[in-house]
Design a protein around this ligand. Structure first.
Ligand SMILES: *[C@@H]1O[C@H](CO)[C@@H](O)[C@H](O)[C@H]1NC(C)=O
Ligand SMILES: *[C@@H]1O[C@H](CO)[C@@H](O)[C@H](O)[C@H]1NC(C)=O
Length: 313
């Protein structure tokens, strides 16, 4: 009778103590970009000065049962730390005094994603779970525009990220062209997806298309703009936006100069007989204003107009 009463009181007291001792996780979900640092937090009650010898803290990755960090009776113990975390884990010890168990993971990897459990013994015992999501945005989109002849173009967008992204294609009016595209996924380094999407489409020159990498899980979009510009057939026009920009600038300076030179030669050749220029190579370039001016005007004026056009550059 005396024994069971003692047990009863003990259990009551134990539950009472444990009820007082609660670990909290102020934030239960962390989303962090691969390569960045993250600090996950649990709190526990501390009254007065913290007694290190009475404190044990552990962090483990619950889904794979990997030990991340252990502080046993005030002493750090890295013996059984999983190799995934070696050298990347730090518990901010100065914060323990405030009742905070702050676990810092540096250089976060995609494989760090999962459910973590922070466990604390300090008089009582309790734990909480925290979810860590790791993302890798499809930030840099490499693009290619290739003419396959006969007004047909092969547009390519390629990028790396995580998790898997959908690639959506749109034309200038943002009409959806995704059904006409094909998208390929490969796994690259550190679980990243290398996504390559190709759209083959009939189009005139001076057209604009968009490829959008839609990371559904993270509700994140990144996009690239592809221009179809006038150029020799079959030549890879752009490999990146920067190259494309450089090409446009170069073309802006060189093309009018060449056209004028061409005009002058033609003008000289046609001087005297007064027949209009009908060269197919000129007709093809008729959207260039300078050229049209040159061709439409009387032959005597051509040379002058061309030269004045050229002098702008
Ligand atoms: C992550 O933390 C380490 C060590 O504290 C620091 O050297 C590094 O600059 C941090 N990295 C980022 C991206 O904040
Ligand atoms: C991302 O783009 C797609 C297609 O344009 C759209 O349906 C979706 O709502 C966009 N999401 C966000 C978060 O902007």
């Amino acid at each position: 009778m005396g024994k069971s009463l003692f047990l009863y009181i003990f259990l009551f007291y134990w539950h009472f103590l444990n009820a007082l001792f609660t670990v909290e996780a102020p934030q239960s979900l962390f989303i962090v970009e691969r390569g960045n640092n993250v600090t996950m937090e649990c709190t526990f009650p501390v009254t007065g000065k913290l007694e290190f010898r009475d404190l044990s803290v552990s962090w483990e990755k619950k889904d794979e049962l990997k030990q991340v960090y252990v502080l046993r009776k005030g002493e750090e113990d890295f013996k059984n730390q999983h190799s995934d975390f070696r050298g990347r884990i730090k518990l901010l010890k100065e914060n323990l005094n405030l009742g905070q168990s702050l676990l810092q993971i540096t250089d976060v990897k995609l494989r760090d994603a999962g459910v973590y459990r922070c466990v604390i013994f300090y008089g009582g015992f309790d734990y909480k779970t925290i979810h860590l999501k790791v993302k890798a945005p499809y930030r840099i989109i490499n693009q290619g525009v290739v003419s396959t002849g006969d007004n047909e173009w092969k547009l390519t967008c390629q990028s790396e990220g995580y998790p898997e992204a959908e690639v959506i294609w749109q034309n200038r009016n943002h009409e959806d062209l995704t059904d006409e595209a094909s998208t390929r996924f490969e796994t690259g380094s550190d679980q990243l997806y290398r996504v390559t999407s190709t759209l083959t489409i009939k189009s005139g020159i001076d057209e604009t298309f968009y490829c959008i990498f839609w990371n559904k899980e993270l509700q994140e979009n990144t996009s690239a703009i592809l221009h179809i510009a006038d150029s020799a057939d079959g030549i890879l026009q752009t490999e990146s936006r920067r190259f494309f920009g450089a090409a446009i600038i170069a073309a802006a300076f060189i093309v009018p100069g060449l056209l004028c030179l061409f005009c002058i030669i033609k003008a000289r050749a046609n001087k005297g007989n007064g027949t209009p220029v009908t060269s197919p190579s000129i007709a093809k370039l008729s959207k260039d204003k300078d050229t049209r001016d040159c061709r439409d005007d009387a032959s005597e004026d051509r040379e002058l107009k061309c030269w004045s056009g050229k002098s702008i550059y």
